[in-house]
Design a protein around this ligand. Structure first.
Ligand SMILES: NC(=O)c1ccc[n+]([C@@H]2O[C@H](COP(=O)([O-])OP(=O)(O)OC[C@H]3O[C@@H](n4cnc5c(N)ncnc54)[C@H](O)[C@@H]3O)[C@@H](O)[C@H]2O)c1
Ligand SMILES: CC1=C(/C=C/C(C)=C/C=C/C(C)=C/C=O)C(C)(C)CCC1
Length: 423
């Protein structure tokens, strides 16, 4: 198929996804428990925008003419890699589908995508719309299945040419090993995080409190890039803790299909129990429980928005990815110290930096070993902005132009020139 035809199918698919915004959002909320308003007003529109973005790339992918030492005509062809295996998690089923499918289709690959067992519905519906838009049968295949069976089969398949995985760091290691042991397929990984959110002494405290709250509690705390270590300068610490507690107490938790709801239930009983265990560990290790600390009601997997202050670096709640609505606030004295502590983790996905001084912002930006730094903002996920991790938070980048190279092979073509007029 020509690049132009691929582009037109992607644009038609985006139109259909947009037309079915509300059904897609309802499926997402049924599956995942996230507030319907969030799915309908933010996430489905972001999915549509991302598919249009990659439609734009489809006819702009091409190789180079390369000057070599000698009488050669040398060119590179950018070819599709082949069959892309893609494994996605349950926290943003539609957005993760888009980040994977958009660049792979723009580059002309075929896909076998496995959804998370908790959230199979929305990707099936979205794939149906891609086919309605004209995608030939067999190009985009969505498999509903469990990790150790369906996921592992994809990772170890000899005829899958590339693997893209998003999920936990532990499972990332498993799929990388399966890829290596089978056909050495290249693997991109988007894994866990323990992202610092740094509030400097000159920050606007009210704005920082609101954004730190959003950075952690958004999506029930189930974000790989959640700002899960809130570092606050000692000069504004007491005021910040008081206000962070007040904000968490105001958080509206309940039925995700109701209007005005900020937080729905956690994804399943495993995650629910795991989060409650982390909360108990925070209390036992001596952190101060400012608010929350328990489940909410007796029906469903709702958890009270929880804030710990007086958190120390060595505590489990400051080290592990909790993936729930549990904010940990830590005190710091100076920039050198906070850089060292923020970087003292196996993860390196993202960071938030709150300051009104651009020198401070740039010092922190250059010193932090993370894939994204948000300065005086958080969770800005434009289609064009690359996203990915340093260290054990992942390999490779998704979104933006960077994602294309995950789905392309480069072929060098070398041809001697008989009578070169010039080189
Ligand atoms: N980075 C993220 O966006 C993200 C998303 C979800 C969960 N997590 C983290 O992972 C923790 C556990 O959640 P989880 O168990 O759902 O994550 P997971 O990593 O086990 O699951 C992610 C995906 O991998 C698949 N999978 C699981 N085992 C596999 C295997 N052996 N081979 C191939 N595929 C496999 C799953 O079916 C799912 O599709 C969470 O508490 C959180 O810390 C991170
Ligand atoms: C709610 C909301 C936003 C959306 C954030 C999103 C959709 C974040 C996605 C995070 C992902 C995909 C994390 C990966 O684990 C905006 C646009 C910042 C504006 C403010 C309100």
């Amino acid at each position: 198929m020509t690049a132009y035809e691929r582009q037109r199918i992607l644009l038609r698919a985006a139109d259909l996804l947009e037309k079915h915004n509300d059904e897609l959002a309802a499926l997402e909320t049924w599956d995942n428990g996230k507030p319907y308003e969030q799915a309908a007003k933010i996430e489905v529109p972001m999915l549509v925008r991302l598919i249009r973005y990659y439609a734009g790339w489809a006819d702009k992918i091409h190789g180079l003419t390369v000057p070599a030492d000698g009488p050669y005509h040398v060119q590179t062809l950018h070819e599709p890699i082949g069959v892309a295996g893609q494994i996605i998690p349950w926290n943003f089923p539609l957005l993760m589908f888009a980040w994977k499918v958009g660049p792979a289709l723009a580059c002309g690959n075929t896909i076998v995508l496995k959804t998370a067992e908790q959230t199979p519905l929305s990707a099936l519906y979205a794939a149906k719309l891609f086919h309605e838009a004209g995608l030939p049968a067999g190009v985009l295949n969505v498999v509903s299945g469990f990790g150790p069976t369906a996921g592992a089969a994809l990772a170890s398949h000899m005829e899958v040419d590339k693997l893209a995985f998003t999920g936990s760091t532990d499972t990332g290691k498993v799929v990388l090993e399966l890829a290596a042991k089978s056909n050495l397929k290249p693997v991109t990984l988007e894994l866990g995080g323990k992202s610092p959110f740094i509030v400097c002494e000159d920050a606007d405290v009210d704005q920082a409190v609101e954004l730190a709250h959003f950075a952690l509690f958004f999506n029930q705390g189930q974000c790989c890039c959640a700002g899960s270590r809130t570092f606050v300068h000692e000069s504004v610490y007491d005021e910040f803790v008081e206000k962070a507690k007040a904000r968490a107490l105001k958080r509206v938790v309940g039925d995700p299909f109701k209007g005005g709801i900020e937080q729905g239930p956690q994804i399943d009983s495993d995650q629910f129990e795991k989060i409650l265990r982390y909360i108990r560990s925070g209390v036992e290790s001596g952190a101060t429980l400012e608010t929350g600390g328990d489940k909410l009601g007796n029906k469903g997997f709702y958890i009270q928005p929880t804030v710990f202050s007086n958190v120390k670096d060595g505590m489990l709640i400051a080290r592990d990815e909790i993936f729930g609505p549990v904010q940990s606030i830590l005190k710091f004295k100076d920039l050198g110290e906070v850089v060292q502590r923020a970087n003292n983790t196996r993860y390196g996905l993202a960071a938030g930096v709150f300051t009104t001084n651009m020198d401070t912002a740039y010092t922190l930006t250059r010193a932090l070993r993370v894939g994204t730094v948000w300065i005086n903002c958080f969770d800005t996920f434009d289609a064009a902005i690359p996203f990915g991790g340093y260290k054990m938070s992942g390999q490779g980048r998704e979104k933006g132009e960077y994602s294309l190279k995950n789905y392309l092979q480069v072929k060098a073509v070398v041809n001697p020139l008989k009578n070169p007029a010039w080189l």
